[in-house]
Design a protein around this ligand. Sequence first.
Ligand SMILES: C[C@](O)(C(=O)O)[C@H](CC(=O)O)C(=O)O
Ligand SMILES: [Mg+2]
Length: 299
Amino acid sequence: MLYAQTTPADKRRLFRERLATGELLRFPGAFNPLSARLIEQKGFEGVYISGAVLSADLGLPDIGLTTLTEVAGRAKQIARMTELPAIVDADTGFGEPMNVARTVQEMEDAGLAGLHIEDQVNPKRCGHLDGKQVVDEQTALQRIRAAVDARRDANFLVMARTDIAAVDGLDAAVDRAKALVDAGADAIFPEAMRSLAEFEAVRKAVDVPLLANMTEFGKSDLFSVDQLRDVGMNLVIWPVSLLRLAMGAAVRGLDELEASGTLTGKLDEMQHRADLYELIDYEGYNRFDTGIFNFTVAR
Ligand SMILES: C[C@](O)(C(=O)O)[C@H](CC(=O)O)C(=O)O
Ligand SMILES: [Mg+2]
């Protein structure tokens, strides 16, 4: 009933313990609090909260228009619905290093297990689009130092994302990854890697956990969990995939409704009312008040 039983501090501790094993942890992106529950129910290890999804959800492009308050608020709503650790995309940190520091504390308070801060120039853009710009190394490191110094829970994961590969090449990405680790980053997100060999090159350069971004229609081929495990990745995200799947289904459903005037033919593709109620633990509320779940749902 209501929110997760695991406290944010415990989620962070358990997440750190799991990461320390070196295994590959799978974090599909939740597009709302309910889908975070689904990710947990299906047996994944964590939940990713995507900036691209949060902005798209508001009907906005992913160019740094969302505010810290909006992102932290939505991330909190998502994180509290699952026992799993949730990592949030904090874009460029919402400002200067002092703002990055505040972002970290807000995300801790919102119950997140960690965040990533990227080295793009603001206004940022999707890491898989052309025309990105990155900040100089000094600025990138300042952001990470500010983030690390600001956290109050040592288990809160500060991940540094670097977008430099698409701008200055793989060697620059390897150099920057090393510098970001020296500045205190707990993990590295090398963005827009084009091949497994590129992931491997970053793997050889640093010892901290590495994240692979399997976003569709981008610059990376869509590698499988097994392939990413083989090259030593520790986290994998499918940041926008559930939103893309849901929106794809919505498009097809609306087309059918518009054409035929009924959705009878789409019932098999819908989440059944009974499954929805199970996911939100409708019955659990009955333990509080026996009048709440006193009906049956026909399958
Ligand atoms: C991971 C990412 O930062 C996100 O916001 O989810 C995006 C995903 C996308 O736009 O496909 C990214 O920049 O890769
Ligand atoms: Mg993003």
